[in-house]
Design a protein around this ligand. Structure first.
Ligand SMILES: [Zn+2]
Length: 683
């Protein structure tokens, strides 16, 4: 599902990048014999969702409960697409409101959610939309409405904006991987044939499609993996040369946060065809360039509250919710291309520390922008402190429609990448969470095995994997060791295995696995201090994959969703705003603390308190978090709200203060919708 098949058989380990190269070579040779049995199947049984031991599926379960709330997603799609009005002409994925990708965005996450949960209702609704997409294909191969962007309007002989089509292709790929619907391959083949007829000077010429051509490339390779038709690789060359250049030295074609988060992987995607390691390196370079300039902050993202701007690199600068989920998807895909566990680490950083705070715990509202240091979440205009003018910091289900739709991919894509198949007919646990995977393993891929993973990770150091196999079978099981873990250990059926696992690597367990085998992985978590020297010597406190924020009392002010929605949202006539409330969040306690640190071991300076797992299986709220940390802090009186009504930029640490030392409480920053997670240090 999702992007799974394309990269599901990464090669990796000792020399990751070279091995990735070998992998792709193998892949090209195998392409014509590829079929479903080559791929692994992901299975989460819907009827097991309520079971306690499957707690982590809360992500998707909550998402589902939200999606099932009548009309939540649906009225967005109706509003922007007028589905009933246009149902015969399939204008169902380019709307009349100017934002042309919102419906495909929604469907991309929604469909995959249905496939994962095997939810008949969601799948049926997804198919309703996809049928219209099939029907929209014209004899020349194009599908969907032909929306000509303004910047192309004076050129009569022009092509439509292809960005929404790119998203819809991903919907089609997921649908095919779920259904094997025989129409998908010819549909995509015909569409890409049409792309071959478009002259270079008319292809991917407007802003979004030009930035995001890598997504088109991804789909071409997906199809190539199924058909092996060589002309697709020629088309891939053409798409690459007409896409913005993401392989520049120390520069990017543009600095829009979402473009960066999804497009920086374009060179690595094209590398799979060219095997030019400079292209692969370019993706790494882009990642580190942005992190060096604007990402000297906790949470795995970077400050770009629309675009990254010179001089705006403080942790109070925010990131768009679309940027978060696109970064997660990129990390998942790049794990597949490279096998490099650093991408999985970054994915978890964003997924656990940044993304949960962008949405309300019931998923009914979200905000466009979330920052590592964010002490007010209101409807005021904070520009130019943040770039956008308007109420971009408040939680409103009717604002910022791109994020409302696009974020639906976040947890489903994450779930689809918990496990990945390996080229040696085994499987890798990439991202840890409670799940079940059914796969075909062994020399002939003829053994069906189910692995059940149980854990409360990232709030738990212990991961248990149980084998369910009809007969004993030999295959390798890879376990990712996160970059923060130096002393991982493994037991098989209670017996400790000598693994010598280093951080940022994989453990490979090749064994003849049999029914009821139990593999247990222990990832001991330790306190770690991250110093942000480039951001005023501020510090963050980490424990395992979690970063901690000051626990700020959050005062929620109910707002009228209609009155506070921003202009791109247009109000839906039939929507009851009282059922879809908007909120401002204000601090009800002091936030301007610096941390008191000394030379003693961190274990002596901080106290970790573990609490019971929340009964509702949702740990990302202030009161439900299963781990809190007690620390010492002092108020910094001069660190206040500034003229833009944001928390002022960090003071240079160490900060001299005369205020008294207090015990303060820290909570995982993913649960802190108001947060200070990059702290000044006081003396
Ligand atoms: Zn967005």
């Amino acid at each position: 599902m999702g992007s799974l098949h394309l990269h599901c058989k990464w090669h990796h380990l000792e020399s990751r990048l070279i091995q990735g190269d070998v992998y792709w070579t193998k892949r090209l040779q195998l392409v014509n014999i590829m079929n479903k049995s080559d791929c692994f199947y992901f299975a989460v049984e819907n009827d097991k969702l309520k079971k306690k031991d499957r707690a982590q599926i809360f992500f998707t379960a909550l998402h589902l409960s939200c999606a099932n709330e009548k009309n939540y997603y649906y009225f967005f799609t109706v509003e922007c697409c007028l589905f009933s009005k246009y149902k015969s002409s399939a204008k169902c994925f380019k709307n009349k409101c100017g934002k042309t990708s919102t419906n495909p965005y929604w469907l991309k996450g929604y469909g995959d959610l249905g496939y994962i949960l095997k939810d008949k209702k969601i799948i049926a609704e997804t198919k309703l939309w996809l049928e219209k997409v099939f029907q929209s294909q014209t004899p020349d191969g194009y599908f969907g409405p032909r929306v000509i962007e303004k910047e192309q309007a004076n050129n009569k002989d022009t092509t439509p904006d292809l960005w929404p089509n790119m998203v819809m292709l991903w919907c089609m790929q997921s649908y095919y991987e779920y259904s094997n619907d025989a129409r998908v391959i010819p549909f995509m083949t015909k569409y890409f044939k049409w792309q071959t007829t478009i002259p270079d000077d008319r292809l991917l010429k407007t802003y979004w499609e030009n930035s995001r051509g890598g997504d088109n490339l991804h789909s071409i390779y997906w199809l190539y993996n199924h058909t092996g038709e060589k002309w697709l690789l020629d088309l891939a060359d053409k798409i690459h040369r007409n896409t913005a250049n993401w392989a520049q030295q120390n520069n990017l074609p543009n600095w829009h946060n979402v473009n960066i988060a999804q497009s920086f992987r374009e060179p690595a995607t094209y590398y799979m065809q060219t095997r030019d390691t400079n292209l692969l390196q370019a993706t790494y370079n882009d990642f580190y360039l942005v992190r060096n300039l604007y990402g000297q902050v906790p949470g795995g993202m970077f400050g770009a509250d629309e675009n990254a701007r010179k001089g705006f690199d403080d942790p109070r600068q925010a990131i768009e919710t679309c940027g978060m989920v696109e970064q997660m998807a990129s990390d998942e895909i790049l794990t597949g291309i490279t096998g490099d566990p650093m991408w999985a680490d970054n994915c978890e950083d964003v997924a656990f520390n940044t993304y949960p705070a962008a949405v309300m715990p019931d998923f009914k509202a979200l905000r466009y922008l979330t920052a590592p240091n964010m002490v007010v979440s209101d409807s005021k205009n904070h520009s130019p402190g943040i770039q956008n003018e308007g109420p971009f910091l408040m939680m409103n289900p009717f604002s910022s429609r791109c994020c409302q739709h696009n974020h639906s991919q976040g947890w489903p894509y994450y779930t689809e990448h918990l496990w990945m198949a390996t080229p040696d007919n085994g499987i890798a646990a990439i991202l840890y969470n409670s799940s079940e995977v059914t796969l075909k393993v062994g020399p002939g891929k003829d053994h069906v095995v189910t692995l059940k993973q149980t854990t409360n990770y990232p709030f738990d150091e212990h991961i248990k994997i149980e084998v369910n196999a009809e007969s004993a079978v030999n295959f390798p099981l890879y376990l990712r060791i996160p970059n923060w873990c130096n002393n991982a250990s493994v037991t098989i059926n209670g017996k400790t295995i000598n693994i010598n696992a280093s951080a940022d690597s994989y453990v490979r367990l090749e064994n003849t696995w049999k029914q009821n085998d139990v593999i247990e992985l222990f990832l001991p978590m330790k306190l770690r201090l991250h110093e942000w020297k480039k951001n005023k010597n501020s510090v963050s406190i980490n424990y395992g994959p979690l970063t901690f924020s000051l626990k700020i009392d959050e005062s929620y002010k109910l707002m009228n969703s209609k009155q506070t929605a921003i202009g791109d949202s247009k109000w839906q006539a039939n929507a009851d705003q009282t059922k879809w409330p908007a909120y401002e969040i204000y601090p009800a306690s002091k936030w301007n603390y610096g941390l008191v640190l000394n030379d003693k071991p961190l274990e002596n300076q901080f106290q970790i308190i573990k609490k019971a797992w929340p009964p509702n299986d949702f740990p990302f709220t202030r009161d439900a978090v299963p781990i809190v940390i007690k620390a010492k802090g002092k108020i910094i009186p001069e660190w206040t709200i500034d003229k833009y009504e944001l928390c002022a930029v960090l003071p240079q640490s160490p900060v001299s203060v005369t205020t008294k030392e207090e015990t303060i409480e820290l909570i995982p920053m993913g649960a802190a919708r108001l947060r200070i997670s990059a702290f000044p240090v006081v003396k």
